[in-house]
Design a protein around this ligand. Structure first.
Ligand code: NAP
Length: 497
């Protein structure tokens, strides 16, 4: 796979069979209305496939099937060690189709092929395998009650869970939702983002092949504003797990309150601080400062978009960062040498360009990039861009741009760095760079975010929980902690005779 060329991938793309139908009750089906819409390739703007547009009647059918599957107990009461075997088989099937799946994700999302082959698909396999393998090793509890009594504290599946996911990491966010919710015995209905439904549809069929009973997993493409809202308001859905923007997350909380108080877990936006002290390994910090923003075109919830640098090294450090930014110029996502692909669509590319204008208008200075490029490709490409002279009150320091735009701020003391980092409605992730463990740890502890790196950015794996403080959400994806979001605690108190 490593030595494939852009031509190899292009010719494989010609052969790819794309499934655009919904997956309901164990089968690929058209939407009941027969309606479809096109999904296109952000790399060249061309249509890839027609995809079913599911509506309320499809959702109701899926919920009925999911409920029946749950009540049957075929999956929900299956021995955890048997559920494990199905999930592990599913992971193996995904691995077997890794090439095809990586290509599909690159075409649908615009992610560089080197990312989908090395990051997205392997992470998906790992997440499903790990959750499957973990589920028969999680014990319930017997608390220390008085003699003559025995109490059991069990974790039981919620029932029917709806999962709604975004377009920026379609495959891995899908795996983060499906693996723990299925492992704990729920029936799950997934609504992928309208822009990027293909990889979730692809892996749904593989789940069936692995032995997941019909109705336990359904994938319904369709519009968030109608289909997604209907799921979130549904009286027969017990849990809702969401990854996406903070404004939509707020609506989902309201829908839960307006309907049946379904358990609602949210993974939302971010404006993450990346703090660099003068005593850090500056070469490494600069390389990672660029990667922290430009990876995935900045369309990453945890992107380190606020680079907060100790004032005395600001100029020299920015030279290093700028040098690194040159390695992130966008290119054809099918070229294995490409580090950064296009924005997801024309609208997102315009949003990025608009924020560049906003930043200039606020008085910040573009010191690298700042323009849309490759317009003749038909795709939506924007240069990696760096603003200096930013203060934290500016919109480019407070609002999630979701594009390759870095805002550089400076600090004089650790206290000031912490204050700037925490001056945000978000609290998803961050990092601090220093060779003094006392400074680094003091700052890491004080910054109010769900994940903090010391001398790294994007550190972590499936063994650690992931999620946000403040308006970056609640609940946690990944690790054993994710199982908690998909289960209810049940107490049984026994009086012994
Ligand atoms: P989005 O607009 O909130 O959409 C996310 C999902 O919600 C999509 O499937 C969307 O459907 C659906 N949706 C939209 N309106 C809805 C409604 N009223 N009711 C129910 N569902 C609705 O977010 P996005 O633009 O796709 O993704 C980018 C955002 O996701 C960023 O804010 C990013 O930070 C966040 N994100 C967070 C994490 C994390 O783990 N914290 C990870 C990745 C991304 P349509 O596609 O049909 O609109």
């Amino acid at each position: 796979m490593l030595d494939r060329t852009v031509t190899d991938w292009q010719s494989q793309a010609q052969q790819l069979k794309i499934e655009g139908r919904a997956f309901i009750n164990g089968r690929y089906v058209e939407a009941l209305s027969g309606q479809t819409w096109p999904t296109s390739n952000p790399g060249d703007g061309r249509e890839l496939a027609d995809v079913a547009v599911c509506g309320i009647e499809d959702a109701d059918l899926a919920v009925k099937g999911a409920r029946a599957a749950f009540e049957s107990g075929d999956w929900s009461r299956m021995a955890p060690m048997d559920r494990k075997m199905v999930l592990v088989r599913w992971a193996e099937l995904i691995e077997k189709h890794a090439d095809e799946l990586a290509l599909l994700e690159t075409l649908d999302v615009g992610k560089p092929i080197s990312d989908t082959t090395h990051v997205d698909v392997p992470a998906t396999v790992r997440t499903i395998r790990w959750s499957g393998e973990a589920i028969d090793k999680v014990y319930d509890e017997i608390p220390p009650t008085p003699a003559g009594t025995l109490a059991l504290i069990q974790r039981l599946p919620l029932g029917v869970v709806a999962a709604i996911v975004p377009w920026n990491f379609p495959l891995s966010t899908t795996a983060w939702k499906l693996a723990p919710s299925l492992a704990t015995g729920n029936s799950v209905i997934l609504k992928p983002a309208s822009n990027t439904p293909l990889s979730a549809l692809f892996i749904a069929g593989l789940a069936s092949e692995a032995g997941l009973p019909d109705g336990v997993l359904q994938v319904l493409p369709g519009p968030g504003g109608s289909l997604g809202k209907h799921l979130a308001l549904h009286m027969d859905i017990d849990g809702l797990t969401f990854t996406g923007s903070t404004p939509v997350g707020k609506m989902l909380m309201e829908y839960s309150g307006q309907s049946n108080l379904k358990r609602t877990f949210l993974e939302l936006g971010g404006k993450s601080p990346n703090i660099v002290f003068a005593d850090a390994n500056l070469e490494k910090a600069a390389a990672m400062a660029a990667a922290a923003v430009f990876y995935n075109g900045g369309q990453t919830c945890t992107a380190g978009t606020r680079l907060i640098v100790e004032e005395k090294i600001q100029d020299s450090f920015l030279e290093l960062v700028t040098e690194n930014a040159k390695g992130w110029m966008p290119g054809n996502p099918l070229d294995p040498a490409t580090a950064m692909g296009p924005m997801i669509d024309a609208g997102q590319c315009k949003t990025v360009a608009d924020y560049v204008d906003i930043g200039r208008g606020e008085g910040a200075e573009i010191i690298f990039g700042g323009s849309q490029v490759m317009q003749d490709s038909g795709g939506y490409y924007h240069e990696p861009s760096i603003f200096s002279g930013v203060n934290n009150a500016m919109r480019i320091a407070q609002e999630e741009i979701f594009g390759p735009v870095m805002s550089v701020l400076s600090f004089k003391t650790a206290e000031e760095a912490i204050q700037i980092a925490n001056d945000s409605i978000y609290g998803l992730a961050g990092a601090v760079w220093s060779n003094n463990i006392n400074t680094a740890h003091k700052v890491a502890e004080a910054v109010r975010v769900g994940t903090m790196g010391i001398n790294n950015y994007f550190g972590g794996d499936i063994t650690v929980p992931f999620g946000g403080f403040k308006q970056s959400g609640n609940g946690r994806d990944k690790s054993i902690h994710a199982f908690h979001d998909y289960t209810e605690l049940k107490t049984t108190w026994i009086e012994l005779m």
